[in-house]
Design a protein around this ligand. Structure first.
Ligand SMILES: [Zn+2]
Length: 327
């Protein structure tokens, strides 16, 4: 996977900051313990001295060096155990003086045996998707900002309250192993489609799950520019592998390009095949989606995506959607 230079730099900086913080915290604990329990300081000095003695012994080639070194090692082991017990009694953590890395696998270096660690891959993905999403500049909202009085009392309000709970649970379940559903948010502009999309993106981000969040037009235009070499990047690759892709306002593209439908189909189809979820919001009806993007895209979307209707006052639109989904 090709990541941007900016994403690589941000990820490297974050890993470095984690490591620095872990080592600073370790030094702070050392100072604290040495002041509070000087006997531990004495034992730790003994460990360091033993270590130096062993190194010197190895260099002497003395016949009895191996035996002496083994004895010293044994003594060091029991000294370490004494320190661990004292720490456990005093702090509840026998490894209190070890650095607490965010990622114990790579000790916050980003690499294990010269190969990128999972934690670094995750950060690269996060910063790359953030960079991709920044072009659309869609403001992120929090589930806590949901206001029921924005919707008329009665059925519509009840439905929105139900959606709110459903989307909160959707995020909660996202961390688990169950299949994540793709969703198609349909309804007129201004009924909360983008609001709820952004709440989901924000909540998942807080859980450490990255999402690409782009307007359909920005996404398709970027893909087109990269396809024709007018821009550098691997947006398609990232859209096919991102844990979640949210495509906002499908149908608002000011122009149609014959490439758009191909790109769009490849994303939808590729992600379905990889069992990765996609959320699409649109104010188009299923009939118009079919007419504009073709049967292949429409049938893939309408059969795999959970339809979520944001109801307004346009009865015809509601009826059209109901007709499609009740069959
Ligand atoms: Zn790691």
């Amino acid at each position: 996977m090709k990541y941007t230079e900016k994403a690589s730099e941000l990820a490297a900086r974050e890993i470095e900051a984690r490591r620095t913080a872990a080592l600073e915290e370790q030094r702070r604990r050392e100072t604290e313990i040495t002041a509070r329990m000087p006997e531990i300081g004495v034992l730790r000095k003994k460990l360091r001295d033993n270590y130096i003695r062993i190194i010197k012994l190895v260099a002497t080639h003395d016949n009895r060096a191996a035996e002496t070194a083994a004895n010293i090692r044994e003594e060091s082991l029991s000294t370490s155990e004494s320190i661990a017990l004292m720490l456990e009694n005093s702090t509840g953590d026998r490894n209190y003086l070890e650095p607490k890395y965010t990622c114990p696998n790579c000790q916050d270096t980003g690499y294990v045996d010269g190969i990128r660690c999972e934690c670094l891959e995750k950060l690269l993905m996060k910063y790359t998707l953030e960079e991709m999403s920044s072009g659309s500049a869609i403001k992120l909202h929090d589930f806590g900002e949901f206001r029921t009085d924005y919707y008329p009392p009665g059925e519509i309000r009840e439905r929105m309250i139900k959606y709110h709970t459903m989307f909160v649970n959707y995020c909660q379940d996202f961390g688990g192993t169950s299949t994540k559903r793709s969703m198609l948010f349909m309804g007129e502009t201004g009924l909360g489609k983008t609001f709820f999309s952004s709440c989901i993106v924000k909540r998942l981000g807080e859980m450490g799950i990255s999402a690409a969040f782009m307007s359909a037009f920005d996404m398709l235009r970027t893909l087109e520019n990269e396809h024709f070499g007018r821009a550098e990047g691997d947006t398609m690759g990232h859209l096919l592998t991102a844990p979640l892709v949210v495509i906002d306002d499908l149908g608002a593209e000011p122009s149609q390009s014959k490439f758009y439908n191909t790109f769009f189909y490849n994303i939808i189809n590729g992600r379905i095949n990889r069992m990765l979820p996609t959320i699409i919001s649109t104010n188009l009806t299923p009939d118009i989606i079919k007419a504009r993007y073709g049967n292949r895209i429409a049938s893939r979307m309408l059969s795999e995506f959970l339809p979520v209707l944001f109801r307004g006052t346009d009865i015809r639109q509601q009826k059209s959607a109901q007709r499609i989904y009740s069959t």
